[in-house]
Design a protein around this ligand. Structure first.
Ligand SMILES: [Fe+2]
Length: 133
């Protein structure tokens, strides 16, 4: 799999949301690379904890923006966010148990490349469209 990275095509044209997405993608990649490289547990635990916290705060902020602007698909969008938080949470437990597992690193990459990036392209873009109406 090509390693995912942030690029301008992922922009939804909301500065704070774009900044958060970029940071989440970059942190996840850093985490995956640390795991593959056999980095020490402390750094990996610190990075994965940061990622979980940041994702939660980001989703909360995004949902607040949606509510404030009367976004019609809020419920479906929230459900999608919850799903990701659950998946990331379950994977985090496995990562902490085995910080240098390449299987866990691949699972993380799939979650980011397969889910998070698709979520931006499919769902967050719709939010941005609504905001710009
Ligand atoms: Fe979202």
């Amino acid at each position: 799999m090509d390693m995912y990275k942030w690029d301008d095509r992922l922009k939804v044209n909301h500065p704070k949301i774009d900044q958060d997405h970029k940071l989440i993608i970059e942190k996840a990649r850093e985490l995956s690379e640390c795991m593959m490289r056999g980095q020490g547990k402390e750094k990996i635990v610190q990075t994965v904890d940061f990622l979980n916290k940041y994702v939660k705060t980001h989703f909360e902020e995004e949902e607040k923006i949606q509510k404030k602007h009367g976004f019609p698909d809020l419920e479906a969008h929230q459900k999608n966010h919850r799903y990701f938080i659950e998946q990331l949470g379950a994977l985090t437990i496995k990562i902490k148990e085995d910080p240098n597992s390449s299987k866990n690193a691949i699972e993380l990459n799939k979650l980011i490349a397969g889910w998070f990036i698709n979520h931006i392209k499919r769902m967050d873009v719709e939010v941005a469209k609504h905001l710009n109406k």
